[in-house]
Write a protein that binds this ligand. Structure first.
Ligand code: DAH
Length: 360
């Protein structure tokens, strides 16, 4: 081999190597190409190894020919390595790209439960007359649910209000046995009326409170009776409070909830905690008063019980009945909601059925 032949083979090697480098698609194949041409057992070494056949005076020129080409090839490999790295990054980024301009998945908009909506509507109405919401517990003492409301242990009205008794977590021995006469005994409240006693003991007249909430009864469940239901209780205590105030307020309430032309009436009623007591009726929302099955053909529907707070109850609340008078009323939120929305079975309220709830 003479110097010319060596130069020709060197130049051919350079061509092939550059092409091979340019054709690589990923780092491992580039490593392979690098080894093939520039490695310890690569083609360039092999070519240089063959210069033994050159005349001695040409040998110094070998380095001058070969070194720039080695450098050029090393440079091409380095450049390609860098390029392949950025291609890999681009590919990865393209795969992970997120289009932040895409609209998000729509959140399903919920709505208020019809009982909550009705309770708020009631609270809004009475709020305009200065009544503030006073929350009172669902687990109540026998004393507040019954005794303080003038319903002693042997009172027949207790049958109406039978409920579930709660045994406090087992205390010292012997304390969770027979305690039927114990007024500290806990129960699930049967009405929101115990809130009256709590409010009277906490505040002082003049006062106007609304105590809304869940109530419980031992009840044979049907379309109009639930063992869990909701009430809103109202209580006003002040000097000179009279039945006329109660009548006027409830009339306004009935007109706000059921239309300004709705006829209303007071009927005598009985509750141990009010004297006198009344039932408050509105003209039937189905037949407008002519009589139909919905109102038992009477033309009237009772929406709440009310009356002047019994002096015993005022005293139990720490209020002097000689100086102050009060009126109270209690209504079933379920019943009001049924009348407003034309629902005939109250069991739907607590059935958690979306087909029903989504209509509100
Ligand atoms: N607590 C009664 C019930 O659940 C309703 C009631 C009647 C409440 C008359 C009152 C009232 O405050 O004055 O049946």
């Amino acid at each position: 081999m003479d110097l010319e032949a060596f130069a020709a083979r060197l130049s051919a090697l350079r061509e092939r190597a550059l092409q091979a480098v340019a054709a690589t698609a990923d780092p491992p194949s580039l490593e392979g190409v690098e080894a093939t041409f520039l490695g310890r057992k690569g083609e360039l070494r092999a070519l240089l190894g063959g210069i033994g056949g050159l005349p001695p005076e040409d040998r110094p020129r070998v380095g001058a020919l070969a070194n720039p080409i080695r450098e050029e090839l090393e440079g091409a490999v380095a450049l390609r390595r860098e390029r392949l790295g950025s291609i890999a990054l681009e590919v990865r980024l393209a795969g992970e790209r997120q289009d932040v301009s895409l609209p998000g998945r729509p959140l399903r908009r919920g709505s208020l439960h019809p009982l909550v909506e009705t309770e708020r509507e009631i609270a809004r109405f009475f709020g305009r007359y200065g009544f503030v919401v006073y929350e009172s517990p669902e687990v109540e003492t026998d004393e507040l649910n019954f005794e303080a409301l003038n319903i002693p242990a042997d009172h027949p009205a207790r049958d109406l209000w039978d409920t579930i008794y709660v045994r406090p977590s087992a205390g010292p021995e012997g304390t969770d046995g027979e305690q039927s006469q114990d007024t500290a005994r806990l129960l699930l409240r049967t009405h929101t009326s115990p809130g009256q006693i709590r409010a009277m003991r906490e505040m002082s007249p003049p006062m106007r409170v609304l105590t809304p909430g869940r109530c419980f009864r031992y009840e044979a469940v049907d379309a109009s009776h639930g063992s869990e239901f909701f009430q809103v209780e109202g209580l006003m205590v002040d000097e000179g409070t009279s039945m006329a105030h109660l009548r006027g307020l409830l009339d306004e309430f009935a007109h706000a909830m059921f239309g300004a032309a709705r006829a209303t009436r007071f009927r005598p009623g009985y509750y141990p905690f009010t004297e006198p007591s009344v039932a408050f009726d509105i003209a039937c929302v189905s037949c407008e008063g002519t009589g139909c099955p919905a109102c038992g053909r009477s033309g009237w529907m009772t929406i709440l019980g009310a009356g002047m707070v019994h002096p015993v109850v005022l005293r139990n609340g720490g209020i002097d009945p000689e100086r102050y008078q009060g009126f109270a009323f209690g209504m079933g939120v379920d019943r009001i909601a049924m009348l407003r929305f034309g629902i005939s079975d109250l069991r739907v309220f607590l059935a958690d059925d979306l087909r029903f709830l989504e209509r509100f």
